[in-house]
Design a protein around this ligand. Sequence first.
Ligand code: RIB
Length: 286
Amino acid sequence: MTETIVIVGSLNADLVVRTERFPKPGETLHGSDLQTLPGGKSANQAVAAGRLGGAVRMVGAVGDDGNGTLLRDSVAAAGADVTHVAVREGVATGTAVITVDAAGENTIVISGGANATLAPTDVPADAFDGAAVLGLCLEVSIDVVLAAARAARAAGVTVLTNLSPFGAVPDELLELTDVLLVNEHEAAALGDHGVTRSVVTRGGAGCTVHDGDADPVSIDAVRVEPVDTTGCGDAFMGAVALRLAAGDPLVDAARFAVGVGAYAATGVGAQASYPTTAELERFLRA
Ligand code: RIB
């Protein structure tokens, strides 16, 4: 597998507390010890694809603090190139405050930190050399997302866009997107988007693939007892990027990604729960 996956976007330190149930507004609950784990939707995607053997290049920014080192080291340990992960002096690394309940569901609030400093000029001209797929999400500024999408399109690179965290996006982003990845709620809110290739995820119920004029294909979930669903969608996206870069049809990429997303639900944290190829094969055989 030689084609490179470029991921442009966020890196966050995930500050995670487990709790029996989520607090109501105004309520205080006791939780577990605090864990600080590597996360951020884009970094998670990069790690997922990298651990599964993909050639990955990450573009982003962290602060010059311990969390920044944690993030760069985690992405690099997955085999991804972090040359273009800038270290900003005097800026805090992005963080995500996460609660996980007894059912493995989560709530997440992010604080941009260094992610908010990422600018279109941080996406280097040679970022797409040898690349097949660009992965994008919405945790960095829309200017950066658009600049990367435009450059990728000009270089003939497939643009895979995850509209998360969900919000209004310019039509241009949808026009530049080759493959859209959204969950069922985002798909409903988005309405008619005009992107002819998309994957709509349905949490623990699998996903539906729309690929041009072909009939939509529904793919069943791999059933697991979830421990922590944080980052499962990012693992799914990294896996789709990996298989698209390898030349798979979208439906095959999504089928593979369903297994990767399910695996990610069986462990604590985001990146910490992602499989290598050998781990994934053992899991799917069991
Ligand atoms: O999708 C999960 C991710 O969302 C977490 O790792 C957190 O950092 C937020 O970006």
